[in-house]
Ligand binder design. Structure first.
Ligand SMILES: C[S@@+](CC[C@H](N)C(=O)[O-])C[C@H]1O[C@@H](n2cnc3c(N)ncnc32)[C@H](O)[C@@H]1O
Length: 231
């Protein structure tokens, strides 16, 4: 039985604060993902593992009808606040079937969540079910090369790891780039774009020159735009 990987309690509070300033989230993942999200006015959008609601709020601002799901009650409270009642949030464990009708969404955004999930085959099957034919699925993950730099060990071996985040621990599956992409392809999605985003220029103003160079010259995030083919 998989353990619960959602960010509960103090870990949720920590993530909500830290992610708004941390280079990986605030200066790399989020700008790249927002660019891919693009114009979503009038679309039904699912924010999978919505955390503190950063993407939900941004997509509400862009005129989408947003539903956010996450396993953490703590983070859902932040998300509700970020969207001020203009999005729907549902507490949901991603190991379980999604609580939505078939073909309910035009877009699903899943930022830095995928590796936490044990039963990714089921999750992808469910995402395929709730997305309309032709809908996009945007997925980001910590870059496997960056994970190797962070956690050591073999690039190829993979497997579940407990990784430190401040004084907390998160659990996720390490996988190669090859495995990450092939799982999504095997899940019935088509790859449209693969990105290894660099930080946005604004990072220069918040870290020292040496750290900026280090971050600029290494991989941190891997992002893919997938599409659910028309039947
Ligand atoms: C790194 S955070 C990303 C949050 C958000 N997408 C963002 O980029 O700001 C990972 C999120 O996945 C959620 N999560 C992890 N495992 C989960 C599970 N099994 N079911 C539901 N949510 C889960 C956590 O609670 C957390 O909000």
């Amino acid at each position: 039985m998989p353990s619960d990987t959602a960010y509960h309690g103090a870990l949720g509070d920590h993530f909500a604060q830290w992610s708004s300033a941390h280079p990986t989230n605030a200066y790399i993942d989020r700008p790249a993902m927002l660019a891919l999200i693009g114009d979503v006015a009038g679309l039904d959008v699912l924010d999978v593992g919505c955390g503190s609601g950063f993407y939900s709020a941004a997509m509400v601002e862009r005129g989408a009808r947003v539903t956010g799901i996450d396993g953490s009650e703590t983070l859902l409270r932040y998300a509700e606040k970020a969207c001020g009642g203009r999005a729907t949030f549902v507490r949901h464990d991603l190991e379980q079937p999604l609580p939505f009708a078939d073909a309910a969404f035009d877009l699903a955004v899943m930022a830095l969540v995928y590796g936490h999930v044990y039963d990714r085959e089921q999750l992808l099957r469910e995402l395929r079910r709730v997305l309309r034919p032709g809908a996009r699925l945007l997925v980001s993950t910590t870059h496997p090369v960056g994970e190797q730099r962070w956690l050591g060990g073999s690039y190829y071996e993979g497997g579940r790891v407990d990784a430190p985040v401040g004084e907390y621990t998160i659990n996720f599956e390490r996988m190669t780039v090859e495995r990450f992409v092939n799982e999504l392809l095997d899940g019935g999605f088509v790859l449209e774009r693969l990105l290894e985003p660099r930080p946005v220029e604004a990072l220069r103003d918040v870290v020292d020159a040496e750290k900026y160079e280090r971050i600029m010259n290494s991989t941190h995030v891997l992002t893919v735009a997938m599409r659910r083919p028309a039947d």
